[in-house]
Design a protein around this ligand. Structure first.
Ligand code: ATP
Ligand code: MG
Length: 552
């Protein structure tokens, strides 16, 4: 029977969370499922969070359940509404809708009541030890801890002091509320974990109402329980917290939410901790959270990523049980998959050299038509002006060209994409020997649609020098030079690996219709790459190149 079940699961190709959910639904343990995404509003979301969002919202969607957005705002010192707003914007951009918007702070009253309940049941006490004394008293993995001298206070005394803590009688750090479990427990988290600490600071939602704030371990499971979260999915480092999550729920006898862990997403050539990203922003190593080099969701949005590509990426990465590092080029591959089908094409020259067509009449302009998107050949056309003076990429001409070079070379021929074939004639150079102009002749009979199609080996992109638009192109490279940022040696500052060439700004020239592109998504500069017009700067940000380095 077990075998049959397993093969059914294998056939459906379910990840381990889907397996659990299908079992819970078919056994009747749950009628429907409820998940949540619980960000702490202390920074902008990054691609790791995107993975978590796609997973939590994706699971609920797949099984007809719902997902709450719950801000884990239990630390007033680090949190801000700026972050709340950006988080909501990012989730919407990814294409997900939450059933409810909740805040851990919505539950402060309930959490406080439960804390009193635990005190009354003899499961919690107020400790007056200093932070250092508490730390030392915990013992170590190989040594049991020692009990606090305040551990055996009476219920009445604990209640009175705890109420005074809430009333603001004591200064920060003078007392904490601890769960009374076992100072010799093999899981260090069970050695009387902290439940509340005193912080006299205004909270972004509750203002000055509270001066005691719950710790993560005391708050998270109970918040899940209040919302009847059936499957509380978090990252692997929380697996040691799971027994404590269950302990509080059990002692309070409340809705039994369960926690499941999956591996964090790590990416090559970048860092993904909010602390480090904040440091990059604060020290102006990047232009802000939304700098296109940042692995933040708003960063890659400005880079030209699409929600479709990010969701595809999350799907391809899958759900692992062991930590791993994903190749950044997989993310790029997903973007290309999406844009290759959807993005409009234009020509733009980013490193121009002048090409003069000697036998083309001075002052004449003609327009060639080309599809905006080759996948829709009958769809909207763009009009590309052609005239005597053209700009091509410097790289598309080579004076001493090897045999296999099929672009323009002395005595060679090349087709200017969508228009004529031109033949090299001569070169003009400046005193330093730099090429300033290439002269050529065109073959009028090679006009597309004009009788028989003559093919030549090379086709290059171009724009008409006096009929084009000047653009700023921002060419981005990896933010860090090191592939495995997670394994840089201890004691070495990760900022030493910042890539000094991660941004190169170029002046480019594009065909005129680019300006009126209203597709809203990243366009393709033919033969060059995908570029996104950044609404913030007006520049064209290079999202990614055209070629894959990733083998799938
Ligand atoms: P960071 O370590 O970057 O500061 P965090 O875990 O503190 O992130 P939270 O706001 O607490 O950030 O995270 C919200 C949710 O996103 C959590 O459930 C967390 O497990 C998940 N998450 C955070 N980082 C990743 C990641 N790299 N991969 C997958 N999920 C992640
Ligand atoms: Mg966190």
């Amino acid at each position: 029977m077990a075998e049959i079940e397993n093969s059914a699961v294998a056939e459906k190709n379910l990840n381990f969370l889907e397996e659990i959910i299908e079992k819970d639904l078919s056994s009747g343990k749950h009628q429907s499922i409820m998940t949540r995404f619980p960000p702490e509003p202390n920074g902008y979301l990054h691609i790791g969070h995107a993975k978590s969002i796609c997973l939590n919202f994706g699971l609920a969607k797949k099984y007809g359940g719902k997902t709450n957005l719950r801000f884990d705002d239990t630390n007033p010192v680090k949190e801000d509404t700026e972050y709340v707003d950006s988080i909501k914007e990012d989730i919407k951009w990814l294409g997900f809708e939450w059933a409810n918007e909740f805040y851990a702070s919505d539950y402060f009253d309930q959490l406080y009541e439960w804390a009193e309940e635990l005190i009354k049941k003899g499961y919690a006490y107020v400790d007056d030890q200093t932070q250092e004394e508490i730390r030392l008293g915990r013992g170590s993995v190989s040594q049991p801890g020692t009990e606090s001298p305040y551990r055996n206070r009476s219920v009445e005394e604990n209640l009175e002091i705890f109420r005074n803590m809430k009333a603001g009688v004591y200064p920060d750090g003078s007392k904490v509320l601890r769960a009374k479990i076992d100072m010799a427990h093999p899981n260090m988290l069970f050695r009387d974990p902290l439940m509340y600490r005193i912080i006299h600071a205004d909270h972004h939602r509750t203002g000055s109402k509270w001066c005691i704030y719950p710790m993560y371990d005391y708050a998270h499971g109970q918040c899940d329980s209040i919302e009847h979260i059936t499957h509380s999915v978090c990252t692997l480092e929380f697996d040691v917290h799971r027994p404590l999550y269950e302990w509080f729920i059990e002692k309070l006898g409340i809705f039994p939410s369960h926690q499941y862990e999956f591996a964090r997403l790590n990416l090559t050539y970048t860092v993904m901790s909010k602390r480090k990203l904040l440091e990059l922003v604060r020290n102006n190593f990047v232009e802000g959270w939304d700098d296109p080099r940042m692995p933040t969701i708003c960063g890659i949005r400005h880079r030209g990523y699409t929600p479709e590509a990010v969701r595809m990426f999350a799907e391809k990465v899958g759900v692992a049980k062991r930590d791993n590092i994903i190749d950044l080029s997989l993310l790029e591959w997903c973007l290309r998959q999406d844009l290759n089908v959807r993005s409009n094409r234009y020509m733009a020259v980013l490193n121009p050299v002048k090409l003069v067509v000697d036998n083309y009449p001075e002052g004449q302009v003609e327009y060639f038509k080309a599809p905006l998107n080759p996948a829709d050949a009958d769809g909207t056309k763009r009009k590309i002006p052609f005239a005597k003076e053209i700009l091509i990429e410097r790289e598309d001409f080579m004076e001493d060209a090897p045999k296999k070079y099929f672009r323009l070379k002395p005595d060679g021929e090349v087709r200017l994409k969508y228009s004529y074939i031109v033949k090299f004639a001569s070169l003009v150079k400046d005193e330093q020997g730099n090429i300033t102009e290439i002269q050529c002749t065109y073959d009028p009979s090679s006009k597309p649609g004009n009788g028989e199609w003559r093919s030549v080996k090379g086709t290059i992109h171009w724009v008409a020098k006096d009929y084009c638009e000047k653009i700023e192109a921002r060419i981005y490279d990896h933010l860090f030079t090191e592939e495995q940022m997670g394994s840089i040696p201890e004691g070495v500052d990760y900022k030493e690996y910042l890539n000094p060439d991660s941004l190169v700004i170029k002046e480019g020239f594009a065909e005129p219709d680019l300006v009126s592109d209203n597709s809203g998504i990243t366009v393709q500069f033919e033969r060059t790459g995908y570029f996104f017009k950044d609404p913030k700067t007006g520049a064209y940000n290079k999202a990614t190149g055209l070629k894959d380095s990733f083998k799938i």
